[in-house]
Design a protein around this ligand. Structure first.
Ligand code: NDP
Ligand code: HSE
Length: 436
């Protein structure tokens, strides 16, 4: 069978990794795919560097439009990133009848509906295993392996950069800026690293998983997004003392009222496997009604781990390209005409537990005031830690862990706590999940 011809858009970290792995393992990959997969054309702004990586025998151009318009190209692999030119190129490739592979979670989380609709109309495949959790085959697991299940919730460490930062800061005492630079040097960070730090990248990935898990459209605009930029070292230490670790978690859960879709720093019990996922590693915990909990762990970023997922998609397409489009696995796991219209809940309606840290005057009755406010709001306390004032100071830190409650009740209690004369400054609030 003649080779399937690939056009690669962007030969940076992931593009370079894809080229290398495909070259190194070409014989094994051909035996699996049933035909050779050949990168016939590469587009990159830096043509000289691209030529060096691609070598002879592969046409290199600076204008990516030449690739998506080339009738010889069967599959376009978009590894440029962002939602500008990448969107235009993907839409043109689809319009030209080409299958598309992309690692671009930002694009899919924001324009997925439009892209999948266009692809369905054209009968082409859009594959995106690399867009979520790098080398972990979580899309395949959710879409195919767990297809018998009614998925109840997913909780994941799905941003390598922030997990690397949190691990290095905790273990080596390094400062935030130094670790971020290292994450950028290692190729983990996004072109705009604020996407990593502020939780946006994790929310893009969570949005895609949520759509596949629950059969709802991708709705990034409804996700709650909080990053690690406001996290303080003292809370990481207090959490440890209470038997917890803080991780940037993406959580999506089906409830009777709607879907929770949220990314934020989260305390999780230190004994959970997820709490021990360190460095740039990712892990996704999926709870299904039949299978129970399953955990997927591996490298969530970097050139070759991500290339592993890109190439898996290429092999899938090489095998399926000639199949009747109606018999392919639907893009978002559910048939396009069977998508559900379940609302995504606002944060005030979500249910979880909380870590609250307050600075209080070291006076009689302070604790009674705090517990009364929580009791009035119907919030029950799970644990408490009081830190004596440091030498020469008269304010103490109080840390309260609550049982599960709705966020709106905690919000109301915090307003009342901050109004107390004995409480100084803002109450620090971090969500807590038992993940049991
Ligand atoms: P890089 O920045 O390393 O690579 C992007 C490449 O695209 C660069 O070589 C860039 O050239 C080139 N490029 C930019 N604009 C154009 C254009 N208009 N035409 C042709 N080429 C262009 O990014 P990554 O490889 O890290 O990421 C690529 C995609 O993969 C992104 O969507 C990212 O979110 C995703 N991803 C990345 C992972 C990672 O670990 N890095 C993991 C999972 C997904 P130049 O450098 O000259 O600007
Ligand atoms: N910037 C992303 C991360 C790359 O750090 O996880 C992988 O998607």
């Amino acid at each position: 069978m003649k080779p399937i011809k690939v056009g690669l858009l962007g030969i940076g970290t992931v593009g370079g990794g894809t080229f290398d792995v495909l070259k190194r393992n070409q014989e094994e990959i051909r035996r699996r795919a049933g035909r050779a997969i050949e990168i016939a054309m590469v587009a990159d702004l830096n043509v000289a560097r691209a030529r060096e990586v691609a070598g002879a025998g592969c046409e290199v151009v600076s204008d990516a439009r030449l690739v998506v318009d080339n009738p010889e190209i069967d599959i376009v692999v978009e590894l440029i990133g962002g939602y500008g030119i990448a969107r235009e190129l993907v839409m043109t490739a689809i319009a030209n009848g080409k299958h598309v592979v992309t690692a671009n979670k930002a694009l899919l989380a924001t324009h997925g509906t439009e892209i999948f609709k266009a692809a369905q109309e054209k009968g082409v495949i859009v594959a995106f295993e690399a867009a979520v959790a790098g080398g972990i085959p979580i899309i395949k697991a959710l879409r195919e392996g767990l297809t018998a299940n009614r998925i109840q919730w997913i909780a994941g460490i799905i941003n390598g950069t922030t997990n690397f930062i949190l691990s290095e800061m905790r273990d080596k005492g390094l400062d935030f800026a130094t670790v971020l630079k290292e994450a950028q040097r290692l190729g983990y960070a996004e072109a705009d690293p604020t996407f990593d730090i502020k939780g946006v990248d994790a929310a893009h990935k969570l949005t895609i998983m949520s759509a596949i898990a629950f059969g709802i459209p991708v709705q990034f605009e409804r996700a709650y997004v909080e990053g690690i930029d406001q996290l303080q070292a003292i809370d990481i230490r207090y959490a440890e003392q209470l038997g917890y670790r803080i991780k940037l978690l993406g959580i999506t859960r089906r409830t009777a009222q709607g879907i929770e879709l949220r990314v934020h720093p989260t305390l999780i019990p230190a004994k959970r496997l997820l709490a021990n996922v360190e460095g740039a590693m990712n892990a996704v915990l999926v709870q299904g009604d039949a299978v129970g909990a399953t955990l997927y762990y591996g490298k969530g970023a970097g050139a070759e781990p991500t290339a592993s997922a890109v190439i898996a998609d290429l092999v899938d397409i090489a095998r399926l390209a000639s199949a009747d489009p109606g018999h392919r696995v639907p893009y978002l796991a559910f048939q396009p005409d069977a998508m559900a219209d379940i609302p995504v809940l606002p944060m005030s309606e979500i249910t979880t537990s909380y870590y609250l840290r307050l600075k209080v005057a070291d006076k009689v009755g302070v604790l009674a005031d705090l517990t009364r406010i929580l009791a009035d709001a119907g919030i029950s306390i799970d644990a408490m830690l009081q830190k004596e004032p440091a030498e020469g100071e008269n304010e103490a830190d109080i840390i309260l862990l609550t049982h599960q409650t709705q966020e709106k009740h905690v919000d109301a209690a915090i307003v009342r706590m901050e109004a107390l004369a004995t409480v100084s400054g803002r109450v620090t609030r971090i969500r807590l999940e038992q993940l049991s």
